[in-house]
Design a protein around this ligand. Structure first.
Ligand code: ATP
Length: 235
């Protein structure tokens, strides 16, 4: 999908001015930038929940879109299994409970299939919401700070799970994060939104198809990213 010269105002405030951005199919693009710069607005426009004031947002008309929020948004009266099945029913996808259980087991939730959301930890709930998003096989997956409210160790586990799930069908992912380490670990590209009122951005590309343990961005890129994200503080 691509944004071409997209401008967005709220009232008389310009949030985005002539933003152009092309998402590479089958890649994870991380969006960074200071609070209020327009990251969520970008995702909402990508989903079609918000319209630009001018410019073009182009995506395939048959593209199935998934959305993962900071909070898991599970239905409290449904079990874990039913929370996942509900999304598939909604999309008229026939999938057996056994198959859903395989996905949930992969996420370490084998013992929680019949549990209700209020019986789960925050990390477990977010695992369910990740499975729910990936199992529907979206072409485009929008993720708005999905791990923000989790502790550091759980967050690392979730990042690993996200990569495992992403490797299955490689959907195009647009992921908003405030955490540069997370963006470096997950992103094939990192887009930093900068500037006040108008919106500029710098795009960093990871080396393609490298192993998980390999340095994916150049040292030079990482220094530049630190400066952009931390406002030219020490790296
Ligand atoms: N519906 C709306 N009406 C008016 N202003 C809005 C609306 N939605 C967002 N804004 C404003 O637009 C700006 C960008 O909001 P957005 O949520 O996209 O920023 P963000 O980069 O995601 O911020 P954060 O990192 O804090 O989540 C903010 O100043 C916000 O207050």
């Amino acid at each position: 999908m691509r944004f071409e010269q997209v401008t967005k105002h709220y009232g008389n405030r310009t949030i985005m001015s002539e933003l152009s951005l092309e998402l590479h199919e089958g890649q994870i693009t991380c969006i960074m930038g200071s609070s209020g710069i327009g990251k969520t607005t970008l995702l909402r426009m990508a989903a079609g929940l918000e319209l630009p004031d001018s410019g073009i947002i182009e995506r395939r008309s048959d593209m199935r879109i998934g959305y993962v929020f900071q909070e898991p948004r599970l239905l409290p009266w449904k079990t874990v299994l039913d929370n996942v099945r509900w999304v598939l029913d909604d999309r008229k996808r026939a999938i057996r409970d056994e198959d859903i259980a395989v996905w949930l087991t992969e996420a370490g939730l084998a013992h929680a299939l019949t549990s209700y959301p209020d019986q789960l930890s925050g990390g477990m709930k977010q695992r369910v919401s990740l499975i729910r998003a990936f199992i529907a096989n979206p072409g485009l997956l929008l993720m708005d700070e999905p791990f923000q409210s989790l502790d550091a160790a759980t967050r690392l586990d979730m990042q690993k799970l996200l990569l495992r799930l992403w490797h299955k069908n490689k959907p195009t992912v647009l992921l908003v994060t405030h955490d540069l380490d997370e963006a470096l670990a997950l992103g094939s590209r990192i887009v930093v939104l900068t500037g006040a009122g108008s919106l500029a951005m710098d795009i960093f590309h990871a080396a393609a198809d490298v192993g998980a343990d390999t340095m994916r961005f150049t040292a030079d890129d990482i220094v530049k990213l630190h400066k952009l994200v931390n406002g030219h503080q020490s790296t």
